[in-house]
Write a protein that binds this ligand. Structure first.
Ligand code: ASP
Length: 335
């Protein structure tokens, strides 16, 4: 009799716990605002507060959308739009300048369920390049559009177009002057000096797991200061700067783009998880170590299909923030 009673209790409790697991919707959002030599000693309290406040405001935008059963695509778009519109980050307004003093923007977006993706590279007049990347995915038969053609496409799609002067800030003009001077003084080739590499911090990215269990990733940047010859970085390259796959994770990268392209960073993290069963944290660490071995630096944010996250870097800092399913917010700058 006692045994039967215990058995009944066990069956009932197992049923309730199954019900709880089924009904539990895990979701979460992680953002970054660029990685590089970000040291407390170089930061005023005021700047620090401003960065943290904007990271918090941005991550809340996407979080509120997914919390209210919204779509992860919209969460990524709206969050990145906020960061693109802020002059603090190297994306949209406040982007770094090319050697000619102009702005050329890259962005990409990917969805983990369908493996659909869209990207724009070297665009000059699209106010919010991430929205154009999404349009490439939803309203064209292509994955990547570049240059004037991409600008024309965005205009035809009704996206807001702006003059180059909208993007250019005094801070970035000064950075270009300094970068050119380092170049001249040292007679260095492009990006051969580490100092120059740091004239780019502020790329933005966002990864989301929504309540439907779908993963999304987006990244947007102005690239690297003093870039020439129509240089394109890792950001618009699906599998390098941006990747999402419902089987594994969503990744957005930031760092010295050439190294992130050569290491196919986003896809490599996903592949380690898919084929080797690694955790999102271990896979991210391993791939960043590979990047560092080749001489590259930067960081990644990632979220897996269970809501586990990684915010890894091999630099002294990365602007980053996360909100989990319980609404717990973390925002950090230094390593
Ligand atoms: N990855 C970007 C690029 O190379 C720059 C950055 O993330 O800091 O264009």
């Amino acid at each position: 009799m006692r045994k039967i009673f215990i058995l009944i209790i066990l069956i009932i409790s197992s049923c309730t716990s199954q019900k709880q697991t089924k009904g539990k919707s895990t979701f979460g959002i992680v953002i970054h605002g660029g990685a590089g030599t970000i040291l407390k000693k170089n930061m005023t309290d005021e700047m620090e507060k401003m960065y943290l406040r904007q990271l918090e405001e941005a991550v809340q935008i996407g979080f509120q959308i997914i919390k209210n059963d919204g779509n992860g695509r919209e969460a990524v778009e709206k969050t990145i739009n906020y960061l693109e519109n802020s002059p603090l980050f190297n994306a949209g307004k406040g982007s770094v300048l090319t050697s000619e003093g102009t702005v050329e923007l890259d962005a990409s977006f990917m969805e983990g369920k369908s493996l659909n993706a869209g990207a724009v590279a070297g665009v000059k007049n699209i106010k919010n390049p991430i929205s154009a990347a999404i349009k490439v995915m939803t309203s064209s038969p292509h994955v990547m559009l570049s240059g004037n053609g991409a600008d024309t496409f965005a205009k035809d799609q009704g996206l807001e177009m702006v003059d180059q002067s909208y993007f250019i800030t005094e801070r970035r003009s000064k950075s270009l002057e300094r970068a050119k001077k380092i170049d001249e003084d040292n007679n260095t080739s492009f990006y051969s000096k580490n100092e120059l590499v740091n004239y780019r911090i502020g790329t933005v990215g966002c990864v989301v797991l929504d309540k439907n269990g779908n993963l999304f990733s987006g990244t947007s940047t102005g690239g690297m200061t003093n870039k020439k010859w129509g240089r394109i970085g890792d950001v618009p390259i699906i599998g390098a700067g941006t990747y999402a796959n419902n089987l594994t994770c969503a990744v957005s990268a930031t760092g010295w783009g050439e190294f992130f392209i050569r290491n196919v960073v986003g896809h490599d993290i996903s592949a380690l998880m898919e084929y080797k069963g690694m955790s999102v944290q271990d896979a991210s660490r391993q791939v960043l170590d590979k990047v560092a071995k080749l001489g590259g630096d930067g960081g990644v944010i990632a979220i897996d299909k269970n809501g586990n996250i990684a915010m890894e870097m091999n630099t002294s800092g990365m602007y980053r923030a996360h909100i989990d399913a319980n609404g717990k917010l973390t925002a950090k700058i230094y390593k």
